[in-house]
Design a protein around this ligand. Structure first.
Ligand code: FE2
Length: 437
């Protein structure tokens, strides 16, 4: 061979691809030579002179062995890939689980509309997310250095609150002081406790404690992470709700002060709005309306005549019959009222209720001459309550009517002025003594 001998060629081939089987044919067989060739990746060697059938046989064998060798390498690589894939899949499943938990927390918190429901949702969520046996929410009083449970969750029926009271005061106190989550094993037969602070502007106002009983696995880092996430989201939600409820209350008080001003101008209508909302709520309750609708009636009942703020005294307090123009002026009050309330961007339902409280079932009311079901249900309820109170109280232009006359008037106007079903409910609860003027 030119330039290289057989062994050197075998070395070169081996460097290019070590899976290529090399067979050496030699005319000088010796043990040393055989060892030297095998060291260099030669799989077999044949001694000259070569017999063709022997060469063929060796070639077949070597190729078969190579094919097995390659298969083996491929299988190993495949197994490695599969293992990698399995690990990635496992990690992915774990991440999906985490995202689902985060979603669950956000979704449940999103449904909260008042701070009243929030604490029950919080302890239940803690039960669901950390799989604890009990969860309790403590509100903290820094001045008194005290705390009290306001909401509890218990997986199986157990004396949860009594047990929670026995949680070492030091745990709550430590969380309140350090403003850091706390994970503690409570020793033999007591399981473990996780306590998470709830803060608003770095003041701890509450602590969520989750407990696992003895015999069950303890909390892990993930439980701590999710509980912290829950605390963080819920704290800002509480802050927003508190602000909203505060603004809502303030706004209502401000607007109600306007109503009181109007009623103070006209001694005959004193407390009219309060009574109207009381009667309307009684009717709504008898009709099994929702809590939300009752709350809406409370706002719209109290504010229904707020639009009268713009009506001058000489019209509002006129003892004689109103002129047509004066009456037209008075008729603007539902629209003015709904605009005042609507400007605030909240109470959109209440706005409609106020606008339509002078509509009539037969379509001859104002301002939009709506008819029957076109009139919002709560406006129809308010209309009955409003007229009943007007009839049973003194007005600048007439004395109050006797109770039975007022009731008779409502009955006579069923189906014309009033929704017959609502007027029917009113008459029924009135006869049962549930409407007291
Ligand atoms: Fe009115």
């Amino acid at each position: 061979m030119p330039n290289l001998n057989g062994v050197e060629l075998a070395k070169e081939v081996h460097l290019i691809d070590n899976t290529i089987p090399v067979i050496i044919m030699t005319g000088y067989p010796s043990m040393d030579h055989a060892i030297e060739t095998l060291k260099n990746g030669v799989v077999d060697f044949l001694t000259k002179p070569i017999k063709m059938d022997q060469l063929l046989h060796t070639l077949h064998r070597v190729m078969r062995e190579r094919s097995l060798f390659i298969d083996n390498i491929l299988l190993k690589e495949e197994a490695k890939k599969n293992e990698k894939l399995r690990l990635i899949n496992q990690e992915l499943q774990q991440k999906i689980g985490e995202v689902e938990t985060i979603n669950l927390i956000l979704q449940k918190l999103n449904q909260v509309t008042s701070s009243k429901d929030l604490f029950d949702i919080l302890v239940n969520l803690s039960g669901e997310v950390t799989d604890c046996d009990e969860a309790h929410f403590f509100v903290c009083d820094h001045e008194m250095a005290d705390h009290a449970i306001i909401s509890s969750f218990c997986r199986d029926h157990c004396d949860a609150v009594a047990d929670a009271q026995s949680i070492e005061k030091s745990i709550i106190k430590r969380v309140m002081d350090e403003k850091m989550p706390f994970l503690v094993k409570r020793g033999e037969k007591k399981g473990s406790v996780m306590a998470i602070p709830f803060t608003i502007r770095s003041n701890v106002f509450g602590v969520l404690t989750s407990i696992v009983h003895n015999g069950r696995s303890c909390f892990n880092e993930k439980d701590l992470y999710f509980s912290n996430f829950l605390a963080e989201k819920a704290s800002s939600l509480i802050e927003n709700l508190a602000l909203y409820e505060n603004i809502y209350e303030n706004l209502f008080s401000t607007l109600y002060a306007f109503v009181e001003t109007i009623e103070a101008r006209d001694p005959y209508t004193k407390q009219h709005s309060t009574r109207v909302s009381r009667y309307a709520i009684a009717i709504a309750k008898a009709m099994d309306r929702s809590q939300e609708e009752i709350a809406e009636l409370n706002v719209s009942g109290n504010l229904h005549d707020i639009g009268k703020i713009g009506i001058p005294d000489h019209i509002l307090l006129k003892p004689d019959k109103l002129t047509e123009d004066e009456y037209e002026f008075i008729k603007k009050h539902p629209v003015i009222g709904s605009n005042i309330v609507g400007h605030l961007g909240m109470w959109m339902d209440e706005r409609k209720i106020i606008r339509h409280h002078h509509e009539r079932w037969d379509g001859h009311g104002y301002p939009d001459r709506l008819k029957g079901d076109e009139i919002p249900l709560l406006s129809r309820i308010l209309a009955v309550a409003d007229v009943y109170d007007a009839l049973t109280s003194d007005r600048s232009y007439r004395k109050k009517l006797a109770e039975e006359v007022a009731v008779k008037t409502i009955g006579e106007n069923m189906g014309s002025q009033f929704d017959p079903e609502i007027a029917g409910v009113f008459l029924r609860i009135h006869s049962q003594g549930q409407i007291v003027s």
